[in-house]
Design a protein around this ligand. Structure first.
Ligand code: ADP
Length: 365
């Protein structure tokens, strides 16, 4: 019984094969261009076809719009609906759709399941998912907070609940997914109640190449200065900002630690400020907090950044010395705050595993 999981990104295709829930193969096909993307997917589908034990393919679909709250078998009408959300995620959904179409054309009659990165956040209450702009933009243009990284935040929630030995619906958490893209989510009794990313993955905290939230008027000022106006301004905010834009060196935190330049230090300070401020603000959504969770490339590996973030969060009220003494390995953290004990977990995220579990769950229902 094999389940394949694929994640079609803008320049890479990540896939994993699971047998009896155990990952038996994982790979990333990198540096793909528009011209060879389809061929790479076809080759992958042929490879899957050769596996006689394959029972389903799970697809990560970035945008599920306002309608998809759960993993869904992909029928023709579901695919049409996913296509209708392409304008909400023009860089991602079209590639996810291409992945689905090619897999469907080669692996005929095999169940294909869409697992949406937005779905986990559908529980965010109305007052937290609407923007304070004229209401008709919400009604007519579906402009609202959708949130992203939902598959990761949900996985982290399940892992944290195991560590806390509490059922998921009793867990209140703040999960910080800090990779190239970064987002922070407040989870109350097993449900997402707020998240930093919004209508697109550009909103929220400072990221590798994305600015995160800025005064929208800045877009107008930058656009006036650009050949292609708003299009170039959006490119600057998505691809040339964040750690890269400030340091002028890299979007990779490891390189910024090595660099001795003032701007590299400034980028790190700004990142820490942005993340700690957002974590602290997420606390206002929760009446109690069971744990803070760090994940993603930076969250999992960078103890210096974690420590700097933690130091700035007043409600943790930590004895940092104790924290230092307690950290033995990269996956261990058990922080004692001066007033109460608040666990801080470092959990490697595993979106593929979460997708595989969702596929299994749907198949068995
Ligand atoms: P993505 O969001 O693309 O999935 P990842 O979660 O893999 O990215 O995170 C990538 C980022 O994690 C890198 O750009 C780098 O900044 C950071 N990173 C990875 N390993 C380390 C490390 N050992 N120390 C500090 N930062 C790291």
């Amino acid at each position: 019984m094999t389940i394949a999981v694929i994640n079609c990104g803008s320049s890479s295709i990540k896939y994993s094969l699971f047998e009896q829930q155990k990952q038996i193969e994982t790979n990333v096909i990198q540096n793909l261009q528009k011209e060879n993307y389809e061929a790479a997917l076809t080759k992958l589908a042929e490879k899957f076809k050769a596996s006689h034990s394959l029972i389903a393919v799970g697809h990560r679909v970035v945008h599920g719009g306002p309608d998809f709250h759960k993993p869904t078998f992909i029928t023709a009408s579901i695919l049409e609906k996913i296509k209708s959300y392409s304008s909400l995620a023009p860089l991602h959904n079209p590639l996810n759709i291409l992945g689905i179409e090619i897999m469907q054309s080669i692996l005929k009659n095999l169940p294909q399941v869409a697992v949406f990165d937005t779905a986990f956040h559908h529980t965010i209450p109305h007052f937290a998912h609407i923007y304070p702009i004229p209401y008709e933009y919400y009604e007519n243009h579906q402009i609202r907070r959708y949130g992203f990284h939902g598959i990761s935040h949900e996985y982290l929630m399940h892992q944290a609940s195991l560590k806390l030995q509490k059922s998921v619906d009793q867990c209140s958490l703040i999960t910080a997914h800090l990779g190239n893209g970064c987002s922070i989510t407040a989870i109350k009794n097993g449900k997402s109640v707020d998240t930093s990313m919004g209508f697109t993955p550009l909103e929220g905290v400072m990221m590798g190449t994305r600015s995160g939230s800025i005064d929208p008027s800045i877009v107008e000022t930058i656009a006036k200065d650009c050949k292609n106006g708003v299009e170039d301004a959006m490119l600057a905010l998505n691809r040339k900002s964040g750690l890269l834009g400030i340091s002028g060196i890299s979007n990779d935190m490891r390189k910024l630690h090595e660099a001795k330049s003032e701007r590299a230090h400034l980028a790190i300070d700004m990142f820490v400020h942005s993340i700690s401020k957002t974590i602290a603000s997420m606390r206002t959504n929760l009446s109690s907090l069971d744990a803070l969770v760090f994940s993603g490339g930076i969250g999992e590996n960078d103890a210096i950044i974690r420590e700097k973030i933690i130091e700035r969060i007043p409600f943790l009220d930590l004895h940092i010395d104790k924290y230092k003494n307690l950290e033995h390995g990269k996956h261990h953290l058990g922080i004692i705050s001066s007033s109460a004990s608040l666990p801080i977990f470092v959990i490697p995220t595993d979106e593929e595993k979460m997708i595989m579990q969702e596929v299994l769950c749907l198949l068995s229902s």
